[in-house]
Structure formats: C-alpha cells, structure tokens
Design a binder for this molecule. Structure first.
Ligand code: SF4
Length: 121
C-alpha cells in the first residue's frame, strides 16, 4: 500500500511517500524524508500512531470560560476521541497554574492531564 505521510517531528514537515504492507506493517520503501527522524516517524505511524491530546475544559471563572489542557505523553490515535470526550467532562476551579496536574492516571491509563495556562481569577 502506498501512502503519503506528513512528518510532524519538526517544522519542515516533509511529505514522505511510504510503501508498506498493511497486514504485516512491513515498510518496503520510502522517500521524501530529509533526515533519519522521519524513518522512525513512519515506522511509528504504520505500527502504533500516537498524538498529544490537546483540548479545553470548563473552568469556574468570571474572566475565563475554558482552560487549555494537554496530556503529558502522546496517546494512541484510536483512543483520542474517547479520551477527549472524557476530558471535556472535567470542570475545574481557579486558581490553576500552567503545568498543574488536572487528572492523574486518567482513565486508568497512567496518563496525566496537565493545565497549559495560569488563571488566578
Ligand atoms: S523527516 Fe526530518 S526534516 Fe523532515 S519533517 Fe521529519 S524530522 Fe523534519
């Protein structure tokens, strides 16, 4: 199977053309990457794609409606929708600091949800 993948490891964003076996995930050939990190990227993308979860949650504040949050580690892409739905159920009080753990061991997966902003009022 031929597939174009945009490497998201650095801002250059190489478009890598990958020929891989869909069943075995074996990569037959690839081209378009500017560096070796692109090879690791396509290997991860074809076997177990992950992304950092980023979204917003409700915050009890007069001045702010939403708090931007993210996961501390990338999560499997297939879990993303389910996890975003669960994260959005969280409602937090101020004050809150950037980097503060909003949820620990989220959904029992050992993942932390962290605040991306500081709001004092
Ligand atoms: S292949 Fe290398 S240079 Fe190209 S986007 Fe990926 S990390 Fe950046």
């Amino acid at each position: 199977m031929n597939k174009k993948m945009k490497c998201i490891v650095c801002p250059i964003g190489c478009v890598i053309l990958v020929d891989f076996n869909e069943k075995t995930k074996e990569i037959m050939s690839f081209s378009g990457n500017e560096c070796k990190r692109g090879i690791k990227f396509i290997k991860d993308e074809t076997t177990r794609p992950v992304r950092l979860l980023t979204t917003t949650i409700k915050i009890n504040s007069v001045a702010h409606n939403r708090l931007p949050v993210r996961s501390n580690v990338p999560i499997p892409k297939e879990k993303m929708l389910e996890m975003v739905r669960e994260v959005k159920k969280i409602n937090i009080n101020i004050p809150v600091k950037a980097g503060q753990v909003i949820a620990d061991n989220f959904m029992g997966l050992g993942i932390k949800i962290l605040s991306c902003s500081t709001f004092n009022s």
